[in-house]
Design a protein around this ligand. Structure first.
Ligand code: HEC
Length: 170
């Protein structure tokens, strides 16, 4: 009996562990973003010293952004994350324009907004009805804990949880 209780506890513990990382795969990879979405901004990443990001918005987001309206359900934002070129000493190369220079594409970060998607999250992880996903350059879902994404974007409640809000649709 004691043994059984112990193995139940162990099974529950491993289940709980799995639940912490297992993410519901509700955002599908936006296959045609490079041709169908608008590339609204490209910049040296603000909080990552050795990366560059190219940002894309689908038409629902772009149209609302251009009109200064709230981004509607069905909005999809994509960030192509690139490594910055480094010199022989591993220092990030800065161009004559004072910018980092793109090296290879390392990941594709996605935010998508759908009615009810935010409901299950506590305040510190809630981003309205946005949720997050990250994919390899080939579009394969990466097994990452997305709570880091959620907690960094969550405080931006007055700007729809979107850092680049003013640029969308411009
Ligand atoms: C430490 C803070 C931080 C974390 C963690 C973070 N982001 Fe962001 N995110 C930013 C910032 C800052 C920007 C603005 C562009 C830039 O500098 O990268 C941004 C921009 C974005 C954008 C474009 C829309 C916008 O808000 O401007 C998407 C999409 C995005 N992030 C997805 C993700 C995903 C997916 C993850 C997790 C895998 C993630 N982010 C983790 C800070 C963060």
């Amino acid at each position: 009996m004691r043994l059984m209780a112990r193995s139940i506890v162990a099974a529950l513990a491993s289940l709980a562990g799995a639940a912490a990382v297992a993410e519901e795969a509700r955002i599908t990879f936006p296959q045609n973003y490079a041709t169908e979405f608008k590339n609204y901004l490209s910049l040296d990443r603000v909080q990552n010293a050795d990366q560059i990001i190219r940002l894309f918005a689908n038409s629902a987001a772009s149209e609302a952004g251009a009109a200064g309206k709230e981004l509607p359900d069905g909005s999809v934002l994509v960030g192509e994350v690139y490594a910055a070129q480094k010199d022989g000493d591993g220092k990030v190369i800065v161009s004559d324009l004072g910018r980092r220079v793109r090296s290879k594409l390392v990941a594709i970060a996605v935010m998508e907004k759908r009615q009810g998607w935010g409901e299950k999250y506590p305040t510190q992880l809630r981003n309205g009805d946005w949720d997050f996903a990250i994919f390899s350059p080939a579009g394969k879902r990466l097994d990452k804990d997305l709570d880091a994404c959620r907690s960094c974007h969550a405080p931006l409640a007055t700007r729809q949880h979107v850092f680049s809000l003013e640029h969308i649709g411009k």
